[in-house]
Design a protein around this ligand. Structure first.
Ligand SMILES: [Zn+2]
Length: 342
């Protein structure tokens, strides 16, 4: 089969559109004919190499897959050949206490398609039967592939970790990112007021169309000052972080007393400082969050099928142009998802 594969870590140029051996399924797995695979920042890190994470080489990246089932393993009972599916990115043991309690993103063996195992930037990908979710009829393959990773991550952050309540104020950083555009919609769905930041007025207008109530251009305005002004000096209840070093100080300074900062990433760097006096005296919570559960993704897909949450597709590239797609995502000029079609 054709696939995007790399044999060494590096820049986008290490990605090669090549012939690779066909994926072989296990009895509890399905083989999916990939129609679309959305990119995530995770793909950029996996390609560049992550210290201490031995990605098996050669490697096929890609976590967010929509397609059709081409083949099923002998033990598969709930999926049929020809069915349109969206794949949950998280692959776990399915047997440990975390998995059977439904908190599969706490599984010690947790990985994503395209992370420690081959992913969806290929004509075919194998995945456990339990990862198959119905493809919403109202979506194209490109739109469906844009949902899983960012929406389950944003849902887990806001709802499970930060326990967002109706009427609260949420600061969503990096509204133009996939995870930011998902967070705006989820926060609005739960009845929150959303303050969104982005680096251009064009992106901010798109954030507004998704429901953001207040817009902050982080290139021309100071985030903490705008938050103080908009909230009458109170600060926000929840800060949705994934940017890291570049925004960390503003994020902390933007919290109201009792506020929660939830983070799923560190795109601009992972060095951060916390003034402990500020942390305890204002009774703040700093929350880490990693991916999301399959159960949360089922909830998200139901809401997407009902049209209450919407995929945000920025740009579509053919699979063979993965190098250009990675370079484009790295430039941070997108609003929403960058998707490869197969
Ligand atoms: Zn497990």
């Amino acid at each position: 089969m054709k696939a995007i594969v790399f044999n060494a870590h590096g820049g986008p140029e290490v990605l090669k559109f090549s012939d690779v051996p066909d994926a072989k399924i296990r009895p509890n797995e399905v083989l999916v004919r990939v129609k679309a695979c959305a990119l995530n920042h995770l793909d950029l890190w996996v390609r560049a190499g992550i210290p201490g994470v031995p990605i098996p080489l050669p490697h096929i990246p890609g976590s967010d897959v929509a397609g059709e089932i081409a083949q099923i393993g002998a033990e598969v009972t709930t999926a049929r050949v020809g069915q349109k599916v969206v794949l949950a990115p998280g692959v776990t043991c399915g047997k440990c206490a975390a998995c059977i309690s439904g908190r599969d993103n706490y599984c010690r063996q947790f990985t994503n398609l395209g992370y420690m195992i081959d992913g969806g930037c290929a004509e075919f990908v194998r995945a456990p039967e339990v990862n198959c979710l119905p493809h919403p009829e109202n979506l194209t393959f490109e739109e469906a592939a844009s949902i899983p990773l960012v929406f389950q991550t944003a849902w887990h952050m806001l709802i499970f970790r930060a326990e967002l309540q109706p009427g609260e104020d949420v600061l969503v950083l990096g509204a133009g990112s996939g995870v930011g555009s998902a967070a705006i919609q989820i926060a609005k769905f739960f009845g929150a007021r959303v303050l969104a930041t982005a680096g251009s007025d064009e992106k901010l207008q798109k954030a507004k169309q998704l429901g953001a109530d207040h817009l902050i251009n982080h290139k021309t305005q100071k985030i903490r000052e705008e938050v103080r002004r908009i909230t009458n000096k109170r600060g926000v209840d929840v800060v949705f972080e994934h940017v890291g070093t570049a925004t960390w100080d503003d994020s902390l300074a933007s919290l109201a007393a009792g506020g929660r900062l939830v983070t799923c990433g560190a795109t601009t760097g992972y060095d951060a400082k916390v003034d402990l006096r500020f942390l305890f005296s204002r009774q703040l919570s700093l929350l880490g969050s990693y991916m999301g559960t399959k159960s949360e993704l089922h909830t998200v897909m139901k809401l997407v099928a009902e049209g209450r949450l919407k995929p945000v597709v920025d740009r579509v590239f053919p699979l063979a142009e993965a190098v250009a797609a990675h370079a484009y995502l790295e430039s941070s000029s997108q609003f929403g998802k960058v998707v490869l079609t197969v």
